[in-house]
Design a protein around this ligand. Structure first.
Ligand code: AKB
Length: 325
């Protein structure tokens, strides 16, 4: 074989990337190639075949990846999250859009050279939604697509790029090869082992980790703030199930969720376990405005219907079995 048959994970050092590597590394004869700005932690790097440290905007690097590997699947996780993106919309656009475009183009090149539709996983977000009243629930994926953040706008446009490369491109250019784009609109994610940074839904995972460490958390949004959430194991199994699904996926882009506590409700769950837990609220107006524009709940019936999605962890299970002190 001229090129090593592999799967490629960008943003591999992030919360989702490191957990995804742990899952995929259990597969026999799977060469995992990773790309991240920073070297992976040693426990994770030991699970991958090739660790590349570099930038998703580096065209020479992408040429080198295309030359060396025969890529069957791409998990493009590299992104600038919502709060951090607001600090520099240009950099966010560059990474979130031009970076994604680079890997869609790589996937198309690989599809053509292998005569095989490379599977492309794209982590979208509830940030694509913009609701007038935070208490609003989004019932369908085509509702309320009015993001107020550059991150949400980036994720929405990147979804459209994915549909272009997986549907319209081959129709317009009667090209036989295209990519098999699949996307999940992730809610907030909470991991027992890692803490997110740069996101706005971070107040829930931060609360748990900070109180675990010092019995206290200063929350950057008000106590009524409520967002849809998934426990990290469910997020990873949703990616696995969606990418392994072999029947047709008409919609390609799906909401997934499980529980949606308010900041106050989540704190009370922690307090039940840790009587010494304390919280204060120091609202950051920008982050509060972002949270208030996101729906307090989303409907994931389309994912349940089209590929059998079903979360394992509700809030009770998450607090009693996954987030154990
Ligand atoms: C963020 O807060 O930016 C992310 C997300 C909800 O997409 N965690």
């Amino acid at each position: 074989m001229i090129r090593k048959s592999s799967i490629l994970i960008t943003g591999a050092g992030g919360e989702v990337g490191s957990q995804l590597i742990q899952l995929l590394s259990n597969q026999e004869n799977l060469n995992i190639v990773t790309l991240d700005l920073h070297p992976l932690e040693s426990t994770i790097s030991s699970m991958v075949s090739n660790q590349i440290t570099g930038n998703v905007l580096d065209q020479n690097l992408l040429e080198q990846i295309n030359f060396e590997f025969e890529i069957k699947e791409i998990y493009h996780l590299a992104a600038v999250l919502s709060t951090r993106a607001e600090l520099s919309p240009n950099i966010a656009h560059d990474i979130n859009i031009n970076g994604t475009m680079n890997f869609l183009e790589l996937a198309l090149k690989q599809s053509k050279s292998q005569d095989y539709n490379v599977k492309f996983f794209f982590p979208s977000s509830i940030a694509v939604y913009g609701v007038e009243n935070q208490k609003n629930k989004v019932y369908q994926e085509n509702e309320s697509q009015n993001p107020i953040t550059i991150y949400g706008a980036n994720k929405l446009y990147a979804e459209k790029l994915g549909l272009y490369y997986s549907q319209h491109y081959n129709q317009l250019s009667n090209n036989q090869n295209f990519i098999d784009f699949r996307s999940l609109r992730f809610p907030g994610l909470i991991s027992a082992s890692t803490i997110p940074s740069g996101g706005t839904s971070d107040f829930i995972p931060e609360m748990w980790h900070e109180i675990k460490k010092q019995n206290y958390y200063e929350c950057f949004v008000n106590e009524e703030s409520r967002l849809p959430f998934l426990a990290m194991p469910d997020a990873i199994s949703a990616i696995e199930k969606l990418m392994q699904y072999e029947k047709e996926l008409p919609s390609r882009i799906y909401n997934v969720t499980s529980f949606n506590p308010s900041a106050k409700e989540f704190f009370n769950f922690i307090k039940n376990k840790n009587k010494n837990a304390k919280i204060s609220y120091n609202v950051n107006p920008i982050r509060q405005k972002i949270v208030d524009s996101w729906p307090s709940d989303i409907n994931d019936n389309l994912a349940k219907k089209e590929w059998g999605w079903a979360p394992h962890y509700d809030l009770e299970k998450t607090m009693n079995e996954y987030l154990q002190y």
